[in-house]
Ligand binder design. Structure first.
Ligand SMILES: NC(=O)c1ccc[n+]([C@@H]2O[C@H](COP(=O)([O-])OP(=O)(O)OC[C@H]3O[C@@H](n4cnc5c(N)ncnc54)[C@H](O)[C@@H]3O)[C@@H](O)[C@H]2O)c1
Ligand SMILES: O=C/C=C/C=C(\O)C(=O)O
Length: 488
């Protein structure tokens, strides 16, 4: 059993697998070290799960689909799920600390976004499950047709590092609500909060075998994706990983839910409320070090306000503090890993080569002996085919472009393989509605960004995803319908 007590000196935890209600090491004994990206200190070790651990986890998850979990009345299952949310709130400080140690994100952000939302994911689906219904049709005097809902089965949940507990629980809560059993694979970069979560699940009354975690790298995820006894994979991560998972899952025809990368546009018309726009654009550009799939990294500004917008956004960016995630006034923490830090810096070199101008930033932040800090960066002057405009950087880097007409901006906005989200700014609601309908993304926010209601369809089009999460949409993925017809 790992110690999940977070020490005052901010030491992390060792992460081992959780299978059939027990914390277990890998049979191979293989582990790797988990570094704190803000200090480069080692937070603990992480077990590497192989085929043996995945097989064991899938086998116990399959068995747990029957018996206590299947027989649990929905009201009781709802109470267990609600209790997980309650216990997350009880351990709020500890979980937020672990999340910031693992990711490098500011502690205030872990508290106000990641951990609050993780609890809310369980509270929301605890309520949702008690109201969800199915279809019934009466066909004249011939027949009655009705559908009954069953769990999808054993579901693999494969997760990224940017919002570790938030995104893992966004899958786990509906999976449990619909009666599934799961094998989770947290990101190897951020394994700590997932390790604590299973302890919480046990305390809340989730029967052994229902929730299992196997740690490891991509190979561990691949072993889950290709496993013949796994019925579905819910994956959030890079588009190219989604392609690999789809291939691995094809021979066993699994159900797939994909939340993938983005290259999201912000479109700002000259009539927008500029104070409001700038304030939100700072968030959509740099919150969580720009490591949010929804961050707006391509900013299109109508020409009459272009100069003023660039000047004001740059001035606001200058006020941002890059620093220790545990200092209350830090706006931008450390990038999540050395590898990702180098990737983002390589795009800043590409921007230079492609003739871009850095209005601010453009390099590693100064004054840090250790850790992976990058200055919030605003680029102008890049062409539409620039790699920095077309490829997902996933860092505190945005590109601003002027536009003259609606048609022109829509052409540029849609000129991408990605299709996750967009943020559109105008006080003309006819235009807002018209333009929003022509943007090729799964979500459009008008005069706001990342404003969430957990009932709404969340997800991307094109290379940004397959399927939607949220309310009924999550339930559709995590359940199978059997239609029953009674001849009258
Ligand atoms: N659309 C969304 O809702 C959303 C949300 C958050 C992040 N993202 C995307 O996630 C990416 C950042 O996260 P990341 O770098 O952790 O993504 P990633 O694809 O590198 O890794 C995600 C997970 O997949 C696992 N994995 C890697 N190779 C695998 C394979 N071959 N088979 C099975 N599993 C494998 C990893 O170990 C990890 O657990 C960005 O592209 C971002 O846009 C999307
Ligand atoms: O980084 C990606 C953010 C994803 C957010 C959600 O999945 C959500 O708000 O439900």
């Amino acid at each position: 059993m790992p110690s999940t007590e977070v020490k005052k000196d901010r030491v992390g935890i060792d992460c081992v697998h959780y299978i059939n209600g027990e914390y277990v090491h890998s049979k191979s004994g293989e582990t790797f070290e988990n570094p704190n990206p803000a200090t480069e200190e080692i937070l603990g070790t992480v077990a590497v799960g192989g085929k043996e651990e995945v097989d064991e986890a899938v086998s116990v998850a399959r068995k747990a689909l029957k018996g206590e979990w299947a027989d649990m009345p929905s009201r009781k299952r709802s109470n267990v799920i609600r209790k997980i949310g309650d216990l997350i709130l009880e351990r709020h400080e500890e979980l937020a600390t672990l999340e910031s140690l693992d990711t490098g994100k500011p502690l205030w952000l872990s508290k106000s976004v990641d951990i609050d939302r993780a609890a809310n994911n369980f509270h929301f689906f605890a309520d949702y499950l008690t109201t969800v219904g199915t279809e019934t049709y009466q066909q004249d005097d011939k027949a009655i047709h009705y559908a009954v809902r069953k769990p999808t089965g054993v579901v693999g949940l494969i997760n990224p590092w940017n919002l570790p507990l938030f995104l893992l629980t966004w899958k786990l809560a509906p999976a449990l609500a619909a009666g599934n059993t799961v094998v989770m694979k947290p990101s190897e970069v951020t394994p700590m909060t997932a390790t604590v979560l299973t302890e919480i699940c046990k305390e809340a009354g989730v029967p052994d075998g229902v929730v299992n975690t196997v740690h490891g790298f991509g190979e561990t995820g691949a072993a889950i994706s290709s496993h013949e006894d796994v019925d579905g994979i819910a994956f959030t991560g890079e588009t190219v990983t989604g392609t690999a998972i789809m291939k691995a899952a094809a021979p066993t025809l699994k159900k797939l839910s994909f939340e993938l990368g983005g290259k999201n546009p912000n479109i700002i018309f000259a009539d927008a409320d500029l104070d409001d726009t700038i304030e939100t654009t700072i968030k959509s550009s740099f919150i969580n070090q720009g490591e949010v799939c929804l961050c707006g990294s391509r900013i299109y500004v109508e020409r009459p306000i272009y100069d003023e917008f660039v000047e004001r956004l740059t001035a606001k960016t200058k006020e941002m503090k890059v620093g220790d995630p545990f200092e209350a006034d830090t706006n931008v923490g450390a990038m999540v890993s050395e590898e990702h830090y180098n990737k983002v810096l390589s795009y800043l070199d590409i921007a230079k080569e492609e003739g871009g101008t850095f209005e601010i930033g453009g390099k590693a932040a100064e004054g840090f002996d250790k850790g992976y800090y990058i200055e919030p960066t605003i680029i102008t002057g890049l062409g539409k085919d620039s790699r920095c405009v077309q490829e997902e950087i996933f860092g505190p880097v945005v590109n601003i472009v002027p536009f003259d007409t609606e048609e022109e901006v829509l052409e540029q906005v849609n000129d991408t393989h990605y299709g996750l989200s967009a943020s559109l700014w105008t006080t003309d609601f006819k235009r807002a509605h018209r333009v929003a309908g022509k943007i090729e993304t799964g979500m459009v926010w008008i005069n706001t960004w990342f404003l969430r209601d957990l009932r709404t369809p969340f997800g991307g089009t094109k290379h940004s995803g397959i399927g939607r999460e949220g309310g009924m949409h999550s339930f559709e993925f995590y359940s199978e319908l059997t239609n029953i017809t009674i001849k009258l």
